[in-house]
Design a protein around this ligand. Sequence first.
Ligand SMILES: C[S@@+](CC[C@H](N)C(=O)[O-])C[C@H]1O[C@@H](n2cnc3c(N)ncnc32)[C@H](O)[C@@H]1O
Length: 623
Amino acid sequence: MVVKSRVLRSATNGELHSSVTPEEKPKRAKVATRGRKNVKAAAVKGDAEEPSPSPQRRTSARIQIKQLAEKELLVRQRVELPDETDSPSKRTKKNGPLRSKRNTKSKDKAVEDKAVAVPVSNDVTNSKDGGASEPEVCALEKSTTADEGGLANVVEKSDHAKVKETLRLFNKYYLHFVQEEEQRCKKAEVAQKASKGSKSKKVAPEEDTKSKRKRPDLKAITKMMEANEILNPEKRIGNIPGISIGHRFYSRAEMVAVGFHSHWLNGIDYMGLSYSKMVIQYWAEKGISGFTVFKFRLRRIEGQSLLTTNQVQFVYGRVPKSVSEIRGLVCEDITGSQEDIPIPATNLVDDQPVAPTGFTYCKSIKVGHGVKLPSNANGCDCRGSCISSRTCSCAKLNGLDFPYVHRDGGRLIEAKDVVYECGPNCGCGPGCVNRTSQRGIKYRLEVFRTPKKGWAVRSWDFIPSGAPVCEYTGVLSRTDDLDHVSENNYIFDIDCLQTIRGFGGRMRRSRDASLLPNNSADGIDDQRSESVPEFCVDACSTGNIARFINHSCEPNLFVQCVLSSHHDIKLARVVLFAAENIPPLQELTYDYGYALDSVYGSDGKIKQMPCFCGATECRKRLF
Ligand SMILES: C[S@@+](CC[C@H](N)C(=O)[O-])C[C@H]1O[C@@H](n2cnc3c(N)ncnc32)[C@H](O)[C@@H]1O
């Protein structure tokens, strides 16, 4: 059997809610907010301070406006905004039709309406750069669906897919703007150095660029608002389709992207009086640190099931703090110290737990018999680190840009046909951003035993979208040479051309302007008939952690062909990247990319293998 490469697909499942019945209030209200980390917004602060049963204190409209303005000012001091004097109304106008529509009720109008604030949102003080900060766990309730099959399933399926797609789109925009920001900073740095050298005080880079500065996450959100790409733009009370309990958001902006928050800044949102029947009671109190704390007593929506602490906090389990804490440890390091970070194996499944055996760990590709690697390509002339995409010849191959951003040790901005990295003949050093996938494994991975899929892989660390996880290593072989092998579950065909063209039901990638140095896009299409992969990586007897990564119909990794030393796409390196923000302990998976009924046994009959990925959109078969 052949394990084939694949591209990303869609998301996780579920729905949510935010209310509690008055009787259940003290316990569950606490649960509902405790899962949300990094929470300093007024509504959530209320969590730390048990809602008081004392008489309700109403706050006048004037005071409410003042408090909101104070809060906004406070937040604006903590995050860098492009124009310090911009008023909220001015910003609304800038943000396009959708934003305008959603903000048609200004704060003043809300107060006129005697609007009831609803704690749709939480933290107002996210990380300064808006990047992957502390995750925010969805502490909301999964609603029960009366009809578990048929149509209901279809609706649910597409909701989850939409959430996943929206978050991926957001992360793509986000990384594009991160790149823009990194380039701006670099320019400013260079200009500053130049101005230090010269006596004239003509350049004031900080001042010069300050007006252009804006957080990449906010830019991404603005872009999505302008393009009407925000999911669930209408405010609502109750569950948001496609988001399950325990879903982790990694920035406030992600929550805005899926419609969980309607504003990236405000901690508390409001809805008109018509919704007042949902809020039993609200009041304001002085919190322990002097802030005004708004508290809300919400009514549980009819039919909504109970929410438990487990659902909110322990969806993925607990990350061990040391080797002694690892349950079911069967091997301390399957890599035999080859990787910088040990990879333990655990087995809590078998009665007599054993470690993975039958292979030799090898962190890099071994060139097999009958395979000759092409000579190294000419490199770029950059020094130290590649900075200018206009002068770096490797950047030119990537469509006149670097495919990675520096953030988090290097993240791929988006999946590409091929990524051209700097190689042995390049003038830059190992720290160059365009060598991101060559730096080895940087997350704490674990091989663990599953009941139905054999071994599997997960990470103890959060993995941000676009981060390289590992290369698929093994013996680089000719596919013809392995044709006679009947049972080998660890062969990865190097089928970049199929990936590029979207063959076999695969998602076609957006065409890269600079595709291959000597091949036009048409040239690649011409090779359609010759697209049977000539080479593969066989990880059966020799391989690395990638050989343990299972297939999923809704994967969180994607396969990226990378060329770093030579430029022969038939022998490209196969690297697995995070397709989305991956929370700790979630199984790492990619789509093996089999077309159904495409695998034949030695008897000439179609072979089938059941899929146990457990995804809502599972095809039920691997092939
Ligand atoms: C590359 S190996 C993955 C690691 C493997 N689970 C192991 O124990 O070594 C591929 C094999 O894992 C199993 N596998 C992977 N994903 C699966 C899935 N979604 N459902 C069922 N089996 C799966 C199949 O036996 C497949 O041929």
